[in-house]
Design a binder for this molecule. Structure first.
Ligand code: PRP
Ligand code: URA
Length: 209
């Protein structure tokens, strides 16, 4: 598996264990997704460029660093990616947010698009796609394809649990995209769910089941 960065900080691992637990209720599940996204966001943004500025402190002038260069955009894949957006926005409140609505057709497991709205200047931004689950990889791959068709050149994919199959799909179809995952699971079941995974992320986030 290539272009994969596994973010397995102890705090993230602990929170993922709580997320996987079938007894974790919607409110806690949502809080955990946000917290894990924030912790992951710290690493996903590690290479953001800085520039030097002079800052007047109460006692002198400091040469200090501030963020500069390419601006960031985030694109949660609806629905479940929405749960991750606030985690990143807590770190980078000025990031623009696009949305791509996809659901998996239950029989074929192929993603179906129902919504797409991206920032006007998306092609000038580095875009981080957010989706907690990378299962077959079909949804993330289609989202990446849309962004490329809009001219986006720099794309990262951030997911909480990735399956080995999903990673292979993205490696094959989009070898230029780096995947950030907090955990990698081996298998998918016959319905395309990650095993052991955490179940249906959208339903658990929004309490729809
Ligand atoms: C889930 C999940 C991903 C997708 C992953 O969405 O949030 O978007 O499945 O599966 P894939 O890698 O096999 O494409 P789902 O279709 O359940 O929609 P929802 O988020 O609206 O519940
Ligand atoms: N979508 C989910 O929400 N969970 C899975 O395990 C696979 C796809």
């Amino acid at each position: 598996m290539e272009n994969l960065i596994v973010l397995d900080h102890p705090l993230i691992q602990h929170k993922i264990s709580l997320l996987r637990d079938k007894n974790t209720k919607t409110k806690e599940f949502r809080e955990l997704v946000l917290e894990i996204s924030m912790l992951m966001g710290y690493e996903v943004t590690r290479e953001m460029p800085l520039k030097e500025v002079e800052i007047e402190t109460p006692v002198g002038v400091a040469k200090a660093k501030v963020l500069s260069g390419k601006k960031l955009g985030i694109v949660p894949i609806l629905r479940a990616g929405l749960g991750m957006a606030d985690g990143i926005l807590n770190l980078l409140p000025m990031a623009k947010v696009g949305h791509i609505g996809l659901y998996r057709e239950p029989d074929t497991l192929k993603p179906v698009e129902y919504y797409c709205k991206l920032p006007e200047d998306a092609e000038e931004r580095e875009i981080v796609i957010l989706d907690p689950m990378l299962a077959t990889g079909g949804s993330a791959s289609l989202a990446i394809q849309y962004l490329k068709e809009k001219g986006v050149k720099s794309i990262k994919l951030m997911c909480i649990i990735a399956s080995e199959d999903g990673i292979k799909t993205i490696n094959k179809e989009h070898p230029d995209v780096t995947i950030y995952a907090a955990a990698v699971d081996k298998t998918l079941d016959e319905k395309g769910y990650i095993v052991p995974g955490l179940g249906d992320a959208g339903d658990r986030l929004f309490g729809t089941k």
